[in-house]
Design a protein around this ligand. Structure first.
Ligand code: IPM
Ligand code: MN
Length: 359
């Protein structure tokens, strides 16, 4: 009997549904050519659903999600819903409840895609950010006092546990080893100012490093990391960092790899259910126009298959993405692709079907 996986699909808001359709199209094609089955179960969560029903992520849906093999998400964010409600109630809630403690964000410039970095090409921009995804400033610790008075106090604390930090660092080392490129891992922190949090990170990093003598270690402050990402991106192989710094540097990463049109990510629980999503937002002004680039979602689908252990199918998707970028699409930004969202999905699916990677 063929292998079968259940994939929860959350199209979400804005352009989410359009890009998710293309991701699902490509996933189905890859599954067919590689002899496994994918059962897609759609969940109508997001801004529209919230305004209609008041529901953000009900317990019964969360219980469903726990039983799936992976989650595929489009985008969250609605112009009529106050910022923070959907982000906290849906996206962050999934990350925390499902303990997706890794946010894996590859920064890879494909041939045919232009980068704003002068004199840099695909051989220079190929690294992965391992962002801690369950703690730090995102843990929600803190509070306010005397709100809306001249004496107002706001405290927002960064939570760093030895266990949380160490499991993230360990994942990054393992990932660096299996990636087998430069075998170099850079801890991105701020040890000169955040002397409690990054003291913990630094000690955990060098202790874990002893178990990986084949991997070179490096350290850069977060501000310097931004500088090097622009000036010498070829220095990086794997960067490991906390939740907030990881959030910031991966937007920079997305820009140097060509933009939100192709930046993908995975929220990973190595022992549980992981969720895959394009890094970009819901881009409401592009919604329904079929001008958004679905490649970020399709790359997320590739990461999803890697997570399921369907490496060959994932490699086929990457090869197809590379071909589309090299031979077909002239510009990756929305509205400038020269094709509709669905046409791009069709081309990728066709290349997957004809197995151009030979995987
Ligand atoms: C991201 C996003 C989220 C984050 C927001 C939408 C809460 O920016 O996935 O990077 O800050 O993690
Ligand atoms: Mn972000």
């Amino acid at each position: 009997m063929e292998k079968s996986y259940t994939i929860a699909v959350i199209p979400g808001d804005g352009t989410g549904p359009e890009v998710v359709d293309e991701g699902v199209k490509v996933l189905s094609t890859a599954a067919q050519s590689h002899g496994f089955n994918l059962d897609f179960v759609r969940h109508p969560l997001g801004g529209e659903h919230y305004m209609k029903t008041g529901e953000i992520l009900p317990d019964h849906v969360l219980a469903e999600l726990r039983k799936t093999d992976a989650i595929f998400l489009g985008a969250i964010g609605h112009p009529e819903v106050k910022p923070g409600i959907l982000e906290k109630g849906l996206l962050l809630k999934m990350r925390f409840e499902l303990d997706q403690y890794i946010n894996l964000r590859p920064v890879k410039l494909y041939e045919g895609v232009s980068t704003p970095l002068k004199d840099k090409g695909p051989e220079d921009i190929d690294f992965v950010v391992v962002r801690e995804n369950s703690e730090g400033l995102y843990a929600g610790a803190g509070g306010t006092l005397k709100r809306n008075t001249p004496d107002e106090v706001a405290v927002q604390e960064s939570i760093n546990t030895r266990k949380g930090v160490e499991r993230c660092i360990r994942f990054a080392f393992d990932y660096c080893r299996s990636r087998n490129k430069k075998k170099k891992i850079t801890l991105c922190g701020k040890t000169n100012v955040l002397t409690y949090a990054f003291d913990l990170w630094e000690r955990a990093f060098y202790e874990v490093a002893r178990e990986y003598p084949d991997i070179e270690t490096d350290y850069a402050h977060v501000d310097a990391t931004c500088m090097w990402m622009v000036k010498n991106p070829e220095w990086f192989d794997v960067i490991v960092t906390d939740n907030m710094f990881g959030d910031i540097i991966t937007d920079l990463g997305a820009m140097i790899q060509g933009g939100m049109g192709i930046a993908a990510g995975g929220n990973i629980n190595p022992e549980g259910v992981s969720m895959f999503e394009p890094i970009g937002g819901s881009a409401p002004r592009y919604a329904g126009k079929q001008i958004i680039n679905p490649l970020a979602a399709i790359s997320s689908a590739q990461l999803l298959l890697e997570d399921l252990g369907e490496e060959k199918a994932a490699a086929d998707i990457e090869a197809a993405i590379k071909k589309v970028l090299k031979d077909d699409i002239k510009d990756v930004s929305a509205g400038r692709m020269g094709y509709t969202t669905a046409q791009v999905g069709d081309m990728v699916a066709e290349y997957v079907k004809t197995g151009i990677s030979g995987a």
